[in-house]
Design a binder for this molecule. Structure first.
Ligand SMILES: Nc1ncnc2c1ncn2[C@@H]1O[C@H](COP(=O)(O)OP(=O)(O)O)[C@@H](O)[C@H]1O
Ligand SMILES: [Mg+2]
Length: 148
């Protein structure tokens, strides 16, 4: 696999702070990109995507977890923000059927994929990985972004 050539570490101490980091994400990660979004439950993955939607000019109030729906799409001014959750998928053939590759190839799509690390094909194709983890204090979250 190709190596990551760039990285950035960010820290937030509140839900609003994470929303704000969404804007920074859209500056670092410009469409077209396939981004693997990692982090335990409650780390703020959906919140980050909500902040990204707002920054791209989409309706951030529509942003919810795609856990049960597999894929959500939000229309920004210039960019389509697509949020997928592959948790329920079991094999590469199922990944094929999501349309993920077509989405990633579309010039206007910023594709954020949860549980993408389960699939070698997704990691191979990923342009970036965003990891969110708990910081030292309650509402603190540490973000690590790597990209090519
Ligand atoms: N710094 C923070 N960033 C984001 N959410 C936070 C933060 N601190 C506390 N929270 C809380 O954690 C939860 C994060 O939820 P969510 O974004 O749905 O996480 P995930 O999608 O990773 O499961 C929210 O209830 C939010 O209020
Ligand atoms: Mg979520």
């Amino acid at each position: 696999m190709r190596e990551w050539t760039r990285e950035k570490r960010l820290r937030t101490r509140s839900e609003n702070g994470t929303l704000g980091l969404g804007e920074i994400m859209t500056e670092l990660l410009v469409a077209p990109k396939l981004v693997v979004l990692r982090g335990d439950l409650g780390m703020g993955k959906t919140t980050l995507v909500r902040g990204m939607a707002a920054a791209l000019g989409a309706d951030a109030s529509e942003v919810t977890s795609p856990t049960f729906t597999l894929v959500h799409e939000y229309r920004g001014r210039k960019t389509r923000l697509i949020h997928l959750d592959l948790y329920r998928l079991e094999n590469e053939a199922e990944v094929e059927t999501t349309g993920l590759w077509e989405m990633a190839d579309a010039g206007d799509a910023l594709v954020m994929v949860e549980w993408g690390e389960k699939f070698a094909s997704v990691m191979e194709r990923a342009d970036a990985v965003v990891s969110m983890e708990q910081g030292e204090v309650e509402n603190e979250r540490l973000l690590h972004v790597v990209w090519r």
